[in-house]
Design a protein around this ligand. Sequence first.
Ligand code: NAP
Length: 247
Amino acid sequence: MNALSSFGQPVRAAVVGASGGIGGALVAQLAADPGVETVYAFSRKPAATAEKVVPGQMDTDDEASVAAAAEDLATAAPLGLVIVASGLLHDGEALQPEKSFRHLEAAALTRSFQVNSIGPALVAKHFLPLLYRERKAVFAALSARVGSIGDNRLGGWYGYRAAKAALNMTIRCLAIEVARNRKQTVCVGLHPGTVDSRLSQPFQRGVAQEKLFSPATAAGHLLTVVDGLTPEDSGKVFAWDCREIPP
Ligand SMILES: NC(=O)c1ccc[n+]([C@@H]2O[C@H](COP(=O)([O-])OP(=O)(O)OC[C@H]3O[C@@H](n4cnc5c(N)ncnc54)[C@H](OP(=O)(O)O)[C@@H]3O)[C@@H](O)[C@H]2O)c1
């Protein structure tokens, strides 16, 4: 099945964070899709995977590695889709989501902003110029519902929430700027739902089984959202069920 039929022609896609639960599932589904020509799968430690998948090295902490990855694609045909699926909620050790303002620490906040906001912004800087100008093209970054200021009723998770809110603002700025000369490029944030991955693993207790998506299910949802996007959607954040999330 061609999950990206709205793009009109075979798509060349890039996924950043290909070693992650959701990123890996996105790469697998894109590679299996007859409407996708090539998938560039970027991660900190690239690994060979399926046919049509071209692994590449990228550490979003290091702008030179983001620039080098983009440079490698600059002479190839344009991309139709870039999905940034990297992100960080905890590191299993020192970095844990804060339950109270008393737990705020500069190093942990800096780390969260580095991975969740600055990294995707640098990917946009180097990869937006690689997208098609005259056809539908999508730049999507995995955000999170908890990054919505309007939707925040529980508090906590200061660093992760604030970093995703900053990512959402970057996406809005990108959409405004890009619309001036790339009328068919759509920049969005995507919330995948709660997905069974390394990132969510310590926080899955209390999540109903039917609300905990496998990475494959989440990837399917996200590609459906991407396929339905139009230029009017640019700058917004959408959940897995295609519903817009308030800023
Ligand atoms: N899982 C959920 O329930 C959920 C809910 C809402 C939003 N999200 C968002 O969805 C995205 C994907 O999450 P996931 O569940 O797939 O988590 P995951 O399995 O932990 O994957 C995270 C990915 O981010 C990569 N990454 C971290 N720091 C990086 C860096 N400096 N440079 C390059 N890559 C880096 C990791 O690479 P390494 O393998 O090298 O560490 C890994 O590929 C994240 O943005 C997350 O915030 C997830």
